[in-house]
Design a protein around this ligand. Sequence first.
Ligand code: DOR
Length: 438
Amino acid sequence: MTESLLIQGGRIIDPSQGIDYKGSLLVTGGKVAWLGEGSPAVSDYAVLQVDGLIVCPGFVDLHCHLRQPGYEEKETIATGTAAAARGGFTTVCCMPNTEPPLDNEAMLNYVRTVAAREGVIRVFPIGCVTLGRKGEELVDMNELEMAGAVAYSDDGSPLSSPDIMRRALEYSRDFNRPIIDHCENQFLTQGGQINEGVVSLELNLQGIPASAEELIIKRDIDLARETGGHLHVAHVSTEGSVDLIRQAKEEGVPVTAEVTPHHLTLTEEAALGYNTNAKVNPPLRTKQDIQALLRGLNDGVIDIVATDHAPHTEVDKNCDFKQAAFGISGFETALGSLLSLVFKSDLSLNNLIEALTVGPARVLGYEKLGTLEEGAPADICIFDLHREWVVKPEKFVSRGKNTPLAGKTLKGMVMATIYQGMPVYMDEAIKIEALKGK
Ligand code: DOR
């Protein structure tokens, strides 16, 4: 193969540059070399003909669980990154709730080494905020910073101590890194299984109230205001949370926020019939919450979409509801489920792509990611907006088959994912064609 590849004839959408036109994109040496509506000045390239398909920056996921080390039966860096590539992602940030947790240099080096050797896309590790994720003692952020942490979080658990949260915001401010808090007041969630509401009553399961999330968001906003540190709120799920973040942003508090595909598209009713695949933390909420989350995403109060891909084994989920693990395997259904919002006109295609590409890159402070600007890494997602497919978890690349979407038909399918100029996923329907000009 020549060094260059021309992705020709697709609809290029790149919100980072305000681009939406039918055109072509030339990749050379793993970077975007040219894009436009005509033809490039050079003629020595292979061709990927993509008429009728959308060409956009590869997706950037700020929040996922790759489970390695310690929980390789749920996922590995190899299977998780392959699943992410299948879903159109070219960069994923992995949470540190592994075993052992990512709370020191050696653990971060381990993840980066395995990712370089076995991963198919870019993996950015997120470091713990506290040693062992115990919530008691801050990690050595200087050490983790040098080892490549892109953000800090004890995700899976909240930062319960306001003192720890406050000091974490102070330290991370110096490194210009976000503290990602899993906002949950555990006094209010103990024993909780699903959203507190009609479904929890009907199923006789203990409910998780909206206040459990909102109390901690409120506290964190106060601390971000006081310290000037960057608070990033993980998986926002309630209307009240959106209101709090809106007010904080209006005041100029340094806060960003994410929402997951499942919180945008599913309600508490998905748990009816004791469906453990709809058990997730925070829980799926109500239609009214979804409306507020969508408003937030549309007007920029919520900055991005992040998957919270949380793979679990059959044993973790095929059990009594109260014993089941929290989490949804999300990489491979993210685009298809989010596009349902575009088809209902709840979200524009441009805003959706922005929330999956340049949005997360901005939260991380990386200018060259999530964009098809000339000179940026050629990280590209090519998808068919109209192709329908049935979700078959047994066909997932991820080890985690835990999805509440099994058997559902989704419209919109990833056809190819290109990472640094190399195809890391390609549907059999499209092929790189013979060299031109040689
Ligand atoms: O549902 C969840 N699963 N929420 C979390 O915060 C953690 C995650 C996991 O690690 O399984």
